[in-house]
Design a protein around this ligand. Structure first.
Ligand code: FE
Ligand code: FE
Length: 259
């Protein structure tokens, strides 16, 4: 039977505690300094040259420990998200975004622990919002008592815009840098902020946003419907869909990407 909207991201119903354990580690270790270090390590994009299809195949065996809603593979989830956008008659760039939005999870294959790849993201370098999932675990993060990073604005200026805000490190930020020359701004917001639930769902951190962020928020929210609520859909049949998606990826990503 299909799930209702309230049944997704229902962390209280999650029986084994593995999501709790995940956020305990994520919130403890995602400090401002950790994020700077990961950016230095990865944003040179000098590890691999791979096409979107090669990457989809490569990631098929990753299971996302932060996700209480699905046990499907990454390829299934990519196609489910893209198909949900396609069925809703969304533009081709958005369907392409659905297909690739989680490819940054290749960070797992590069040796990163899951807490540095998946799960909700949040700004670092300023106060952690109580609206972040499992915010109680920030107690264990040294930045929570740092003289600058623990203040409301931290290292930022009011209204500076999210492009100037450092987010906790993971697949969203990483993939944004991989594809930022190839897709429209709306798509880049969906990719970069799709796990920033405290912003796009709970309305936190508006004080860091500029007008562009506020204008783009509706696109991030629109995308979230396909990302989250398609997880209950039937397993997609790649055989049937392959021709359509090869054509689509040829349009947006004709060359291998730098990872
Ligand atoms: Fe994701
Ligand atoms: Fe996703």
């Amino acid at each position: 039977m299909g799930k209702l909207a309230k049944d997704f991201r229902n962390y209280d119903a999650e029986p084994t505690g593995y999501v709790r354990a995940f956020y305990r580690k994520n919130h403890e270790h995602q400090t401002f300094d950790f994020v700077q270090q990961k950016k230095r390590e990865y944003l040179g994009l000098d590890r691999e040259r791979m096409t979107v299809w090669e990457m989809l195949d490569h990631l098929d065996d990753i299971v996302d420990e932060s996700d209480p809603d699905t046990t499907f593979t990454q390829t299934d989830h990519a196609l489910q998200t893209a198909e949900a956008a396609r069925q809703a008659n969304q533009p081709r760039w958005m369907i392409a975004t659905g297909l690739i939005h989680d490819l940054g999870k290749v960070l797992c294959k590069f040796g990163e622990p899951q807490w540095a790849v998946v799960g909700d993201t949040n700004p670092v370098g300023c106060r952690f919002s109580p609206k972040i999932v499992h915010a109680e675990f920030f107690e264990r993060n040294p930045d929570a008592v740092h003289p600058v990073y623990s203040t409301e604005l931290g290292v930022y200026e009011r209204g500076c815009g999210l492009q100037h805000v450092h987010m906790s490190w993971g697949h969203d930020e990483y993939l944004y840098h991989v594809v930022k020359e190839r897709l429209p701004l709306e798509a880049l917001y969906m990719i970069r902020y799709h796990s920033f639930y405290s912003w796009h769902r709970e309305g936190a951190y508006d004080y860091l946003c500029d007008d562009q962020d506020r204008a783009m928020l509706k696109w991030v929210r629109a995308f979230n419907r396909y990302d989250l609520y398609s997880k209950d859909d039937a397993k997609p049949d790649l055989g049937q869909l392959r021709a359509y998606y090869e054509d689509l990826t040829q349009e947006y990503f004709p060359e291998p990407l730098s990872w």
